[in-house]
Design a protein around this ligand. Structure first.
Ligand SMILES: [Zn+2]
Length: 77
């Protein structure tokens, strides 16, 4: 697990708390849908071709408090 020192203010994705500049946080990759699946190609009646993304991935920030909670959960499990 890699902790990163904040260079700007972030909002924690988990608790929505503020992560201030200088605090430690963790970057987590969240995927919605199936980003690994190729885009769907849709051909419309008028000949237009549309690409439909099957999913996307984005990074979120998790504060150190939530990381600690997550570790506790893993230890307890
Ligand atoms: Zn948090």
């Amino acid at each position: 697990m890699k902790l990163i020192k904040c260079r700007q203010d972030y909002k924690c994705y988990s608790c929505e708390g503020k992560i201030s500049k200088g605090d430690l946080y963790r970057k987590k990759s969240i995927s919605v849908g199936s980003p690994n699946r190729p885009d769907k190609i849709i051909r419309k009646e008028n000949g237009m071709v549309v690409f439909e993304a099957q999913g996307f991935r984005f990074d979120v920030q998790i504060c150190s408090l939530c990381i600690a909670k997550e570790i506790e959960r893993q230890v307890a499990a």
